[in-house]
Design a protein around this ligand. Sequence first.
Ligand code: ZN
Length: 449
Amino acid sequence: MTKKIRTVSILLIVVIIISAAAAVSSVANREVKAVSGVAMEANSVSYVLIRWDRVKRADGYYIYRFNPEAENGKGKYERLGKAEGGDNCRYKIKDIPGASVYDIKVNAYRKYFKKEYESKSAQEVRVYSIPDALQVCAFSGGRGVLSVEWEIAENLAGYEIQYDKSSDFTEPALLDIAHGDTRNISVDGLNPGDTYYVKGRSYLTDKDERIYGEWGNISSTVINKKDLNIGTINPNKPMVAFSFDDGPAFTYDGKNSTEKILDVLEKYNVHATFFMVGDRVNDETKSLLQRELALGCELGNHTYSHKHYGENVTVADISKASERIKKYCGKSPTVFRCPGGKLTADIRNECKKEGMPLAYWSVDTEDWKSKDAKKIYKNVINQAYDGAIILMHDIYPETAEAVEKIVPKLIEKGYQIVTVSEMIEAKTGNPPKPGQQYIDSETINNHTK
Ligand code: ZN
């Protein structure tokens, strides 16, 4: 090797070493360590204050929140806010509803040659606002019964309800409801005529610990002396009665529309009256009747075969249907509806004899005509009013599809969804009278033809 070549090689090596060192130092310059010590420093019903440890050489911090709904339900961290300055180690999430829950991560960032470099994410921390004070409403849903209902909110894990005969709650009884979706409860065996005071608080859970909101308003009621059977239905709030005719549905292609409707009623804990055709009740369909009873629904008689219509309905059409229903589920129907809605002296007398009131309707969804879920939905939502009896048929898949949307919408509008008999009891303070035909909660029509 000549001397010249050797000099060039040494020079080259020196240049390589210098540039490598420069590269290493530039990576080191823009790197910033992960944030530690992220914690909830304070919270209230409307804000959460987060703090973390200062990170050396950081120019600021980004706060991320996990959004489980993003990326088609896969979930994703989304930027919630920014704290500028390396010494600025706090962030306040403000003006939020009570019981808001956030899963948070904090990254430090560093600016280097006009670019920002973020630290790798460290721990995820759950923070939350305190639940709001619980607003309760007490009423008496029957003889000796105290009923309480309240407003539920997202993220709540449960409720504590206290009731006492003294407004100072000196010896309160406690109901612990460890289920966030429960919106009412009733206790029985209390002394009719006594006054009870009720208050409650809600909680969310952090690991195994309960985070309570404040005790809310005090609501009071006199315990009913009347032997009603309306459970947790609040007589002072709007309600509609759901009625389904012509079922129970048979199963086609593994699908059963009555079943689907019951799924919805169960999900939202609401009731309906099912006016059934006697000869459709058999070994295949009896489980539907049993489920209806278990869910607190009412069984109705809609004649034995539905072949005789209106004024042609015979006494036997009614009695045979009642026998059939009782044979397959152990319970006789408690209300009657005539196919075509006609009323004759024979029909009235037979219903009276069997102890059944009659139910006509005041909102006709015309589901049998349109078989269109959107139209059925519109008809109900546009025509529903406090005290309405709504007519549907549980044998159509389109009706079942509509019911899935109708129930949450009516609840959102403040309606309770109940059986025909529950509504008459709640609204009039008395059970419906056998042989009497109700058009809605206020209108009676006993004209025979
Ligand atoms: Zn019918």
